[in-house]
Design a protein around this ligand. Structure first.
Ligand SMILES: [Zn+2]
Ligand SMILES: [Zn+2]
Length: 263
């Protein structure tokens, strides 16, 4: 079993309707990918995302506002009931991205702080996006007591110090297709060092298709390529990596385990 711990199923050009989404998830299943965490990025898009994946029992959800979507607004009071839904297993993606949007820094920080507080309040883990904002990301997580709920630094591209600090806070490190890219040498060094019990894999589809699918739209089935690459990189058997990352997923998101009767 393999799990795509982070994808945006409502944003796939290849899956504009339920029938095509069913085909895509089926293609993933053919490659051993059984479960998917469909991650919300805009508050206004939450309802529609829910509708698109309704009835797919192997899809879990999150709710949150992405740091690059903060201008669309965050109303934490109307987000709370969504956060409490049984199928919503995490809060996010939230975080800070100073690389692409340095000018919205302050707003990003406010939205991030609010979502950390919400996660602690509803006792659900955080899905964190962080780029070029190491110190501020860690400071907000620490000040907000995010260690109480834990979470994941998704699509990890930072250095070992950042990984280590996050792991010490009880967070997991999720690896995307970026690790397969030609210029991913530094990242590969970091990913080799992440403890087995803190590693997750993801596609972040429709973005960031891994080698050998560069140039195509990414899709959940391709998490298999990421996982095979990471297993080889770490000198582990693929089956071992698949089993470990799946176990880690259900440990981090216990509500997902409950939903499928694993607990
Ligand atoms: Zn992200
Ligand atoms: Zn994402």
């Amino acid at each position: 079993m393999l799990i795509d711990s982070h994808c945006h199923l409502d944003r796939l050009k290849a899956a504009p309707d339920r029938a095509s989404l069913a085909l895509l998830l089926d293609a993933a299943k053919q490659r051993g990918v059984d479960y998917f965490l469909c991650v919300n990025v805009r508050q206004q898009g939450f309802e529609q995302m829910c509708q698109q994946v309704e009835g797919f029992d192997n899809v879990f959800l999150s709710c949150g506002v992405h740091p690059l979507d903060v201008k669309d607004g965050l109303d934490i009071h109307t987000m709370r009931p969504n956060a409490l839904l049984p199928r919503v297993v995490a809060i996010g993606e939230t975080g800070l991205d100073y690389f692409y949007a340095d000018e919205t820094k302050l707003l990003q920080q406010q939205c991030f702080e609010q979502q950390v507080a919400l996660a602690v309040d509803v006792n659900k883990p955080l899905i964190v996006h962080t780029r070029d904002a190491r110190q501020d990301t860690l400071a907000i997580l620490r000040q907000g007591h995010a260690d109480k709920v834990g979470g994941v630094l998704h699509c990890f591209t930072e250095d070992w110090e950042m990984a280590k600090a996050a792991i010490d806070l009880g967070f997991y490190i999720s690896v995307s297709g970026i690790v397969t890219f030609k210029n991913g040498g530094d990242l590969r060094t970091v990913i080799r060092k992440v403890p087995k019990d803190r590693l997750l894999v993801e596609t972040d589809s429709p973005y960031l298709a891994p080698v050998p699918h560069r140039g195509q739209e990414n899709q959940p089935a391709f998490v298999r390529d990421v996982a095979e690459f990471v297993a080889e990189l770490r000198g582990e058997a693929y089956e071992e990596l698949a089993a470990n990352t799946s176990a880690n997923f259900f440990k981090l998101f216990p509500q997902a385990a409950e939903l499928i009767g694993k607990n």
